[in-house]
Design a binder for this molecule. Structure first.
Ligand code: CP
Ligand code: NVA
Length: 342
């Protein structure tokens, strides 16, 4: 029996380094099989439910395509169109749906809600993003990283994450670095905020004795000789979308934008640029979100967290990250639903 059978995928630190590397290997094989038209449908007659409390493009489509490719049937449920969490408790919803389906994806606000669903489900539950973690994203990122390192293993790379270090992407990257052991620089004017959130407090505790993870506001230190620069949107879905908060974030992070001069500071001409997406790099797109005053006050004519020039450059592996979500999500679904090893 394969070691992932019947297991949930809630956060990366629930798994060992060997298990994470094994999931990446399964994804590589699935990607190869799909690209060479050799993929076999192993999930025929399986029914999958995808529950979304927040918006999604990539994660939803990756789950759906993974299911279609493998012959599984999919229900998409926007939480607003259902009783989940309102007229019906998460505990009841989990028990009802796990009698109907074989696997359940949940994207929502709180990790603790996901944990409740997982506790009362008889079927594997997969985290499609919470305020705290985004493990399916980081698994796709690790596959993408592996595809771009020739003379190194994943545990030998230096990855610099820059910008808002108090979000699901930075937290899941920290988890990945704790498990795998690669050098992680978190570059930001922020510290990781202690809170009454047990998941974040646990992460802070685990960070204390890790000398491969560094938090710095010094861009030169964090970026020098790095292999990968990773950034994320400055305002995450769990936060209030107000112009006031946007302005606060812009003011805080503008010096931490991924732009040409940052790439020069890395002193690595082969540096790779990563972003989980969505991104505000295109002026004609994001100008609709802000008023003219903010745009001209902060001279936001060439991108927010990343400039359009860098986003579109040859160093960018952003679209490969997005595509790889299909293969890694498929690996997670197959590994947890099928008894035999893939
Ligand atoms: N990166 C990511 O999770 O994208 P979506 O929000 O579009 O799913
Ligand atoms: N930090 C972002 C990630 C989006 C994929 C958010 O939660 O909105």
């Amino acid at each position: 029996m394969n070691q992932f059978y019947s297991k949930h995928f809630l956060k990366l630190t629930d798994f060992s380094k060997e298990e994470i590397l094994e999931l990446i290997k399964i994804a590589e094989k699935l990607k190869y099989d799909k690209k060479t038209f050799k993929e076999k449908k192993k999930l025929i007659n399986k029914n999958i439910i995808l529950i979304f409390e927040k918006n999604s493009t990539r994660t939803r489509c990756s789950f759906e395509i993974a299911c279609f490719d493998q012959g599984a049937n999919v229900t998409y449920l926007n939480i607003k169109d259902s009783h989940i969490g309102y007229k019906e408790s998460l505990k009841d919803s989990a028990r009802i749906l796990s009698n109907m389906y074989d696997g359940l994806q949940y994207r929502g606000k709180y990790q603790k809600n996901l944990e409740i669903i997982a506790k009362y489900s008889k079927i594997p539950v997969w985290n499609g993003l919470t305020n705290e973690f985004h493990p399916t994203q980081i698994l796709a990122d690790l596959l993408t990283i592996k595809e771009h390192i020739k003379n190194k293993n994943i545990d030998q790379i230096k990855l610099s994450y820059i910008g808002d270090i108090n979000n699901n992407i930075s937290f899941s990257l920290i988890e990945a670095s704790i498990i795998i052991g690669f050098e992680l620089y978190l570059i930001s004017p922020q510290k990781i905020k202690a809170s009454n959130n047990p998941y974040i407090n646990n992460l802070i505790k685990k960070l204390k004795n890790k000398n491969n993870i560094h938090i710095t506001d010094n861009i030169n230190v964090g970026i020098k000789n790095t292999d990968f620069i990773y950034t994320d949107i400055w305002l995450s879905m769990g936060e209030k979308t107000s112009l006031k908060l946007w302005e606060k974030k812009i003011n805080k992070f503008l010096n931490y934008q991924v732009n040409k001069s940052l790439l020069v500071k890395s002193k690595n001409p082969n540096i790779k640029i990563m972003h989980c997406l969505p991104s505000l790099h295109l002026y004609n797109h994001y100008k609709k979100l802000f008023n003219k005053k903010i745009i001209s006050k902060y001279k936001l004519f060439n991108g927010l967290e990343i400039t359009d020039e860098v986003f579109e450059s040859n160093n960018s592996i952003i679209f490969q990250q997005a595509e790889n979500k299909i293969h890694t999500i498929k690996a997670i679904i197959i590994a947890s639903l099928l008894k035999e090893k893939y």
